[in-house]
Ligand binder design. Structure first.
Ligand code: GLA
Length: 382
């Protein structure tokens, strides 16, 4: 299904640079449960998907490097020793950030040309950013024989996001994109960076994404604020991360934090427990339980962690009302993007029709519905 995308990137590269590139495909991700737990050293349950970024690479002898973002029809030429972050929202920051982080690790990168294009809807909460970062670090690792392990590469991607993009993200997205396993979701312990794959084959249900097609502004600063609030509370509790705290621990310092931050920390502690419970439910084939946990996750994200928005809440409400979606919640950082729905097989079309109509009536805009397949992580295209 990505062959068309990969060929397009390849053909463009050949026309532009007159040489054959090698190609990387790097996927986006979904997350079943465990939201905003990754930067609290907790558990997450993501999976790589069959949508992502295709990137073509080759060395350049022209004394300069070039990057083409085909989606945006945009090109930048740059010198490797003059990299600095551009203004917020610039796609170049992903490229420059990854190169800068590689150089920080004392590895030598020479001039190169890259062309890339993706098929993940941007702002959908499906990690097009991590897919792009991973494609770049993976490609440069191949091109210049840098000898990084996959684990080192995901930390380079993450640091690029912190230092050049300005989002202090956790490690979930980069991990899922790099280490994805076809047909599996990964229960990842974000402290040890070890994951257990779970084959996803529900008997009577399937996963469906619905994109609100909105991305509310200020989501990056809201994300960073939440991360620091969590870290501050962990400090007050004398633990290295909220993963180590219990609800009782939190209760004991209730007077030292604002009610809003108390709720946020409580959400994290509870969500971390839910992610672990979800893996048990899956082991026991208890799909109803899994669905309940997913609905509870949304309630926490919306009412306690406060990263949802009207559009996401509306879609989750419609899912509940339908009677055949047994779990739904917002997915990713929040403030827009997709909901993930665990829906009875054979009901998707009906649900799509009713939810699309209701969404349009309410918000005067369209939502989009996607099925995704769970796929392998970042790889060289042979
Ligand atoms: C974004 C970040 C991740 C994670 C999620 C929320 O996708 O990049 O690290 O924190 O939000 O779970």
């Amino acid at each position: 299904m990505n062959t068309k995308l990969i060929n397009e990137v390849k053909e463009f590269y050949i026309t532009e640079f007159n040489t054959k590139p090698f190609l990387i495909f790097s996927p986006g991700r979904i997350n079943i449960i465990g939201e905003h737990t990754d930067y609290n050293d907790g558990f997450v349950f993501p999976a790589a998907i069959d949508k992502g970024i295709a990137a073509a690479f080759q060395k350049s002898n022209s004394g300069i490097s070039t990057a083409y973002a085909l989606d945006m029809n945009s090109k930048v030429e740059f010198k490797l020793d003059e990299l600095k972050p551009l203004k917020e929202g610039s796609w170049e920051n992903y490229v420059f950030g990854v190169i800068a982080e590689i150089k920080n690790r004392n590895k030598v990168v020479d001039n190169f040309n890259i062309v890339f294009k993706g098929n993940i809807p941007s702002g959908a909460g499906m990690s097009s950013s991590a897919a792009l970062e991973n494609s770049i670090v993976f490609g440069l690792n191949e091109l210049f024989d840098l000898g990084f392990t996959k684990e080192e590469m995901i930390f380079i991607s993450q640091k690029a996001e912190h230092n050049y993009v300005g989002v202090n993200c956790g490690i979930m997205d980069q991990y899922a994109s790099m280490f994805g396993v076809k047909d599996h979701a990964l229960l990842l312990d974000c402290r040890t960076i070890k994951a257990k794959p779970f084959k996803i084959e529900f008997k009577n249900h399937e996963l469906l994404l619905i994109n609100t097609n909105v991305k509310h502004s200020l989501s990056d600063s809201a994300y960073n604020d939440r991360r620091s609030a969590c870290e501050n509370i962990a400090k007050i509790l004398h633990v290295s991360a909220l993963r180590d705290a219990t609800e009782d621990d939190l209760e004991s310092i209730k007077d030292e934090v604002t009610p809003a931050n108390y709720q946020k920390a409580l959400y994290v502690i509870q969500e971390n427990a839910r992610a672990k419970k979800a893996s048990k439910a899956m082991e026991q084939n208890d799909i109803e339980k899994l669905g309940d946990l997913i609905y509870c996750s949304h309630k926490g994200l919306s009412e306690q962690y406060k990263v949802s928005c009207d559009e996401l809440d509306f879609l989750v409400e419609k899912a509940k009302e339908s009677g055949y979606v047994i779990g739904a919640r917002m997915m990713g950082g929040g403030f827009g993007g997709c909901t993930i729905n665990l829906i009875e097989k054979g009901k998707a079309e009906m649900f799509e029709a009713s939810v699309s109509k209701a969404y349009k009536e309410k918000f005067n805009k369209d939502c989009s519905v996607y099925f995704v397949k769970l796929a392998d992580g970042t790889h060289l295209v042979k």
